[in-house]
Design a binder for this molecule. Structure first.
Ligand code: MN
Length: 128
């Protein structure tokens, strides 16, 4: 099982993602706020962060830059969640330091495939 921090301000997206993560045997930590997400990342060292790009206050790209610029959190994988499919966004997401991205609305197979790839080595242990 992996410990996954989900930073998402949309309640429906949060609910769906947490459901999918828990069904897959992962532990989900939830916050709707980038600043709180950064604090949780430093304190709890999740295996993966799922980062909404559009957040109230600090946006997900700025938060990712901070995480990737800090020695304590730079090794944590960050996957962006983005509703926008505009040209140039992939470059912006990569430039901010994200390890990948998932387009919204979430499609469960694509979502779980990306999470699986990004948490390789944290597969559920037998008997857990
Ligand atoms: Mn949002």
């Amino acid at each position: 099982m992996a410990r996954i921090l989900m930073i998402e301000d949309n309640a429906a997206n949060m609910k769906l993602a947490v459901f999918l993560l828990e069904q897959a045997g992962h532990e989900a930590i939830q916050t709707r706020d980038a600043e709180e997400g950064i604090r949780i990342a430093r304190e709890q060292r999740p295996d993966l962060i799922l980062m909404d790009i559009h957040l109230p206050g600090m946006d997900g790209l700025a938060a990712t830059r901070l995480l990737k610029g800090n020695f304590a959190t730079r090794d944590i994988k960050v996957v962006a969640l983005t509703a926008s499919a505009m040209a140039g966004d992939e470059e912006k997401i990569k430039a901010a330091g994200c390890d990948g991205y998932i387009a919204k609305p979430l499609r469960y197979q694509e979502f779980l495939k990306m999470v699986g790839e990004m948490t390789a080595g944290h597969e559920p242990k037998q008997g857990n």
